[in-house]
Design a protein around this ligand. Structure first.
Ligand SMILES: [Fe+2]
Ligand SMILES: [Fe+2]
Length: 472
């Protein structure tokens, strides 16, 4: 295996695919199906070419090449981080043993399931975002959308490679299914709820890349710890690409807040609607929605499946190696969110069954960083308003709080009060209609929509007014 990808191959890769003819043929026969899926379910806006980065190397520096490419000619490839020959399993009952280069028979079904669930989210987000190009606020943003889309397509390739290379016929069948399920489909929806929600506008897109792509980062972080080394190395490289998706979300919301603040100060009013900006309370409602549906992606507070995955070494904790404990957790406990006699509270459980909660808390504290950053923008402008993350019990459909309603402050509410007040906290029809009305494309070089500030920096050192996308 080499760090540099071979681009003379039909499927660019750094896994020496040409040495395994069977696998190469299997993946080459999946490739046209992928391209058909991209054509029918991928971005709908016609483009001539887009300034995209393509991975060429997995090493620390210079792993990407930038250039204008026609999107259908994008070279989706297979890249694994370099192998560490001495890697040992860092946790669970196999701690200290050499990492696995093949799938142990007893863990085959579980590992396949974990890979399929991760793989299903990758094309789902492309489907959710397919119509956004038509309303991009600038060519810079349009380019970022397409970059995220092609990389989610590549992440699908990453999971499909593992299924084909290590899971035989069943793996190949699952790889087909990844193209047959579709986001929001009645008959064959995507596996996880948040990936069947529409991404109808750019405020939602930035919230999605901030909150839901960040869930992806944390899930990949646990799979990066896996004892199954090819999965670990795959996820390690995916995390590098994922960093760009986080950047798009963080700076996207940054720029919306910045523009809102400008208008508030310029006109000395909170009513920025008259001036075509997005009111802070609407930003807060979209944040509430995307944050709460993303919390659901971490599953129930307690899970024996996840305990078993950990003990078996299939998936670890976020930053497993930096944790200062025995990495087996058999004698440890954790406090998890719970409902006790209908009250929102905490309860103590064995650390192993509480691992979903552990991961969700790591995620929550990461989410808070963005909120702090947006609040700095408000503070610097001398404004008293602040954005906040709602309470974990707010608007949940999965886990301990699925059966109750709670306010963003974590006060339990009777159902009729919730129904009465939920438009104060979640995007209402009026809010959605307003956001929708702002979604007018700005496809002219160097121009930007009135509801968002331009970025501080362009992509790869290029200026904001660079010709990031050529439209027909
Ligand atoms: Fe991804
Ligand atoms: Fe992503």
């Amino acid at each position: 295996m080499t760090a540099t990808a071979d681009y003379t191959e039909k499927i660019p890769n750094n896994v020496d695919l040409r040495d395994d003819r069977r696998l190469q043929r299997a993946l080459e026969s999946w490739q046209p199906n992928f391209l058909n899926w991209w054509e029918s379910m991928g971005p709908t806006l016609p483009t001539e070419d887009v300034y995209l980065r393509t991975a060429v190397n997995v090493g620390r520096e210079g792993w990407a090449h930038f250039g204008h490419v026609a999107m259908r000619d994008y070279r989706w490839g297979i890249f694994l981080a370099e192998r560490n020959q001495d890697r040992q399993i860092a946790f669970g009952q196999h701690q200290g043993e050499p990492a696995w280069q093949q799938v142990p028979g007893e863990y085959r079904a579980d590992l396949q399931r974990l890979i399929v669930i991760q793989g299903d989210t990758e094309p789902a987000s492309v489907e959710q975002q397919r119509n956004l190009g038509a309303t991009a606020p600038s060519l810079y943003d349009l380019r970022n959308l397409f970059q995220v889309n092609v990389e989610e397509g590549r992440h699908l390739w990453a999971m499909v490679y593992l299924l084909h290379a290590y899971f035989g016929r069943e793996g190949r069948e699952e790889a087909e299914e990844l193209l047959h399920r579709n986001s929001g489909s009645q008959d064959a929806p995507r596996i996880l709820g948040a990936f069947n929600e529409e991404t109808p506008d750019w405020l939602s897109f930035f919230m999605f890349t901030y909150f839901t792509d960040r869930d992806g980062k944390y899930q990949l972080g646990t799979l990066k710890e896996s004892a199954f080394d090819p999965l670990s190395r795959t996820c390690e490289f995916m995390l590098k690409e994922e960093a760009h998706h986080m950047m798009v979300g963080t700076t996207g919301i940054d720029r919306i807040v910045e523009r809102t603040v400008q208008v508030m100060n310029e006109h000395d009013t909170d009513d920025v609607v008259a001036h075509g900006a997005i009111p802070l309370n609407v930003i807060q409602k979209y944040l509430n929605f995307h944050y709460s549906v993303s919390l659901d992606l971490f599953g129930s507070e307690t899970s024996t499946n996840v305990a078993n995955y950990y003990t078996a070494g299939l998936k670890g904790r976020w930053s497993e190696e930096r944790r200062r404990d025995d990495h087996r957790l058999t004698d440890d406990a954790i406090m998890v969110d719970a409902l006790d006699n209908g009250d929102i509270t905490l309860t103590e459980v064995a650390a192993l069954v509480g691992l979903n909660t552990d991961l969700r808390r790591e995620y929550i504290s990461d989410c808070q960083n963005g909120v702090n950053r947006w609040n700095n923008t408000l503070a610097d402008a001398g404004l008293p308003q602040r954005l906040t993350l709602p309470h974990v019990a707010f608007n949940r459909k999965v886990g301990a709080f699925a059966s109750i309603e709670a306010s963003p402050n974590g006060d339990k509410l009777p159902t009729d009060e919730w129904n009465h007040r939920k438009d104060e906290w979640l995007p209402s029809t009026v809010d959605k209609t307003y956001i929708h009305s702002l979604m007018k494309p700005v496809h002219e070089r160097g121009k930007i929509a009135a509801w968002i500030a331009p970025p501080r920096q362009g992509i790869n050192g290029q200026p904001f007014d660079y010709d990031y996308v050529h439209l027909p």
